[in-house]
Design a protein around this ligand. Sequence first.
Ligand code: GLA
Length: 401
Amino acid sequence: MKRFIALLLFCLAAPAAHAQKFDALAKTPPMGWNSWNKFQCNVSEQLIRETADAMVSSGMQAAGYQFINIDDCWHGARDSLGFIHPDAARFPSGMKALADYVHAKGLKLGIYSDAGSKTCGGRPGSRGYEYQDALMYAKWGIDYLKYDWCSTDSLHAPGAYLTMRDALAKAGRPIVFSLCEWGTSQPWKWAANVGHLWRTTGDITACFDCIADHGTWKAFGVMQILDMQQGLRVYAGPGHWNDPDMLEVGNGLAPNEDRAHFAMWSMLAAPLIAGNDLRSMPPSVRSVLTNRDAIAVNQDSLGVQGFRYAVRDSVEIWFKPLTGGDWALTFLNRATSPRPVSFDWVHEPVADTLSKRDAQFATTRYQLRNLWTQQNAGSTARPLAATVPARDVLMLRLRKS
Ligand code: GLA
């Protein structure tokens, strides 16, 4: 009896043995590349190897990009025991060899699956095979998993994503867990302990300001996605980010639109996952993706997502608090013609309740740096007056002087 009581007390006192997400990962928004936006289902080990090579030779790796993520359609079939294998025609050397290749360059390899029975591209999903799939990814040396939401029937999103989180934990390899549930069941409200980032919207498309209607589903332009981020910043922070989808920089937008897209994703502390062909990108595209000043805004260790302070005549004015008392400030001109902007610092009460920061322009002077020309741009001693070209940004960093 005594023994029984002791055992009972022990069981009641012991902490529940539950798995957790890998907490040390993604303290700043993940940076990398993903195959989907440019290549859709045309993935192969050759593309992944060449992209890894280009990631290094283009200077992307040096600018902070780390992950090479294979999206949908890498899959072959499950074997008789239920383990998944890559499509042998597309990945003849296998995933382990590919991961070794990518790791040898100091990069990390990501993969894609789906919580349902099939991926969006009709390949085998993980439903019912979560622990086996997680084991296989760990064995291959995978570092990042994007987990989609097609063919999920009546599955409950928080439960389905928890299952994969726990499976990854059991498999034991630290893997960044990217939830791709399109924001349908508001993952920002429940996923902070489940994954490291969660999609907030449906798919992006390479268009600055439009909606592409595909009948049963819609894809959204850069501005449409930006508008859908309203109200979500309170949910983001180190280790758990809002994901407004991967970049379309270099996929056909005009240079000014590419710049505005990249600037806003930096202000949003969004994951910076390039989606273009790194092997053939022109210098103009490379210079957008590797803009160190914009990347520093995105990767700032405070991890606070920016906010829209005001909208004046088609120009949105965004602020993002940064470490050390700095601020990033972006004027985004959404119009198709240039707009003059003026900003009289002392009369602008810029404060952020989330980070509890107040710019105090009336009493504090800041030096200004233009983050696209990478030149000094005066200070807050005088009102700012400038013209922002059509669909472009004026992006500044404010540093206390
Ligand atoms: C969904 C996702 C995309 C991409 C495709 C692949 O649409 O949202 O990002 O992964 O599936 O089929």
